[in-house]
Each structure stands twice: as C-alpha cells, then as structure tokens.
Design a protein around this ligand. Structure first.
Ligand SMILES: [Zn+2]
Length: 290
C-alpha cells in the first residue's frame, strides 16, 4: 500500500498514539534505550504497533523517535543508529501488513543549532542515516516530529527529501509564547508552515506539547499559511504533576469528542501524543469513521 498525499484532500486518516508509555508498560527498563528493543525484543515492539492497528490507526509510526546517533551515543549505541531504525521500520511494517501505512519517526537530535552546539551539516548527516535506514526497513513515509527549532526541522526535511523518495511530514511542538501557539524556540505556525512548504514538506504538522483545545487554534493558523495537508497529534490535555509523576487527565472519550473541531479547523491526519493510548485511538476512529 503506497501513500498518496492527494487522497487527503477529501479524506481524514487516523494515526496512532503514544509509543514510549506503551513500551514502558511492556517492560522497557526506566531510562533504557527503547530503540534497542527493535533488535533485542522485536515481538514486544510489534505488539505496540499491532495494538494501534487493532484500534483503528490507518497510519502507525515506528519505535525510532530517539534513534538518532546523538541520542544513541548517550546509551553507548552511537554506532547502531541505522540498524535500530531499519529494524524499527520492519517491525511496524509486519504489524501493519496491508491494513495501515507506516511512517518512520525521526525526533529531535537533542542539540541546538541556534546556540552553536551543532551545525546544520552535522544534523543533516545524522538525519540522513536515520531516514535512509527507515526507508530500507520499508517505511511508507517519514515524520520528523516534536521539533522546536526551524533550522533542525529544515535539516531533517532536507535529509529525507534528498536521500529517500518517501513523502514527509514535518511536525513542530507548539506550547510556548503568550497564547501557547509558538514553539519553545519562538517559531510561529505561520513561519513553520511557510518555510516548510517552500522547502518541500508534503504535510505540515503539530504534535505534543499541549492538548486538542490549543491545537484547534494552531491547526487553523497552519491551515491559513499552507496548501499542504495538516497532521495533528495533540497530547491528552495538559500535563499535571502528581508527586514525581506526570499525568494526563483527559479520557479517551473526552479527547475524541473534540476531534471533529480539530478536523473542522483543517486537520487531515489525526492521532495523539503523550497521554494517549490505543484506547484513545479506538474512540477517535469511531468519531472519524471510514
Ligand atoms: Zn508527546
């Protein structure tokens, strides 16, 4: 099943929800490198992917969010980035079969261009390795997600476009500024949408950071600034600190009830981020239908 972006002109697709918490529930030790399980415990990782397919996700991601070399180096796995991403894509493809598309997840590098901590070229190289490995593993598309710095998002986008032929989503996290519609690095939805569209992103997205209420506003702002389909994966409301634990209070039904307004605002792909689970996706799919 190949992905055709033009179908999103008149269809809404349901993506998946959070992966980290699902993997932790299944026994990844706290602080351990989740991507390593793509190789050492692929059946467990596949069970997360399968749970989302069962729940009705039409696009699932991969367990590769922190699978770039810079973050893997912290775990002593800096030389295994390609291996982990290739395996992550293959695991999700097995679970998806012909029932869902697989978009390979590329998350932030953990380094900033603005402070001079990393160069655009070094970022490009790290993302190039991950993008090529995800493509080799069989991904149908790539999503560069949870980015806050435009320079990093653009480096990731260029790495995907120049080294694979896959459609690419670039999704930033909007949770800062007076009305919570800018990224932590001060990027507005308009700036992101205009520059990412000009640089060739196939879909423009927002994920993590805040809940649906805020992302209805963000999606509208993105919609006004680009003709590309919009991807939206909000959290299950705002995080609350209970002791030393972060909890998300929104229920699957409460989350799903707000999805029609997210679609009205302009979202063509809808899923969830932190605090969401297969149960959320099941409720979202009921609302979206298809
Ligand atoms: Zn998140």
């Amino acid at each position: 099943m190949a992905f055709d972006v033009t179908t999103l002109r008149d269809t809404v697709l349901v993506a998946d929800g959070a992966w980290g918490t699902e993997l932790d529930k299944r026994g990844v030790p706290a602080g351990y490198c989740r991507e390593e399980w793509n190789v050492s415990n692929p059946a467990v990782v596949e069970s997360v992917a399968a749970a989302y397919v069962e729940a009705g996700s039409q696009i699932i991601l991969t367990n590769t969010f922190t699978g770039n070399r810079f973050i893997l180096e912290r775990h002593g796995f800096g030389d295994r980035d390609a291996e982990f991403s290739r395996a992550g894509a293959a695991v999700s493809k097995r679970a998806a079969g012909d029932r869902a598309l697989v978009f390979g997840s590329i998350g932030p590098s953990g380094k900033m261009v603005m402070t001079g901590e990393v160069s655009d070229e070094d970022l490009y190289g790290v993302f190039k390795t991950q993008a090529m490995a995800l493509a080799e593993g069989g991904a149908d598309g790539i999503v560069c997600e949870t980015m806050t710095e435009l320079a990093e998002a653009l480096a990731a986008l260029r790495a995907v476009k120049e080294n694979t032929s896959l459609p690419v989503v670039v999704s930033l996290t909007y949770d800062s500024g007076p009305d919570k519609t800018a990224t932590m690095m001060g990027v507005t939805p308009r700036q992101a949408a205009e520059q990412l569209t000009a640089a060739g992103a196939d879909l423009i997205g927002c994920n993590c950071g805040t809940g649906i209420d805020n992302y209805i506003v963000v999606v509208r702002l993105l919609r006004e600034a680009t003709d590309r389909p919009i991807w939206a994966k909000p959290n299950a409301g705002l995080p609350e600190l209970h002791g030393d634990k972060i909890v998300y209070k929104e229920s699957p039904a409460e989350f799903a009830a707000k999805v029609p307004r997210l679609i009205e605002a302009g979202a063509s792909v809808v899923g969830g981020c932190c605090g969401t689970s297969p149960e959320f996706i099941r409720e979202v799919r009921k609302v979206v239908g298809g």
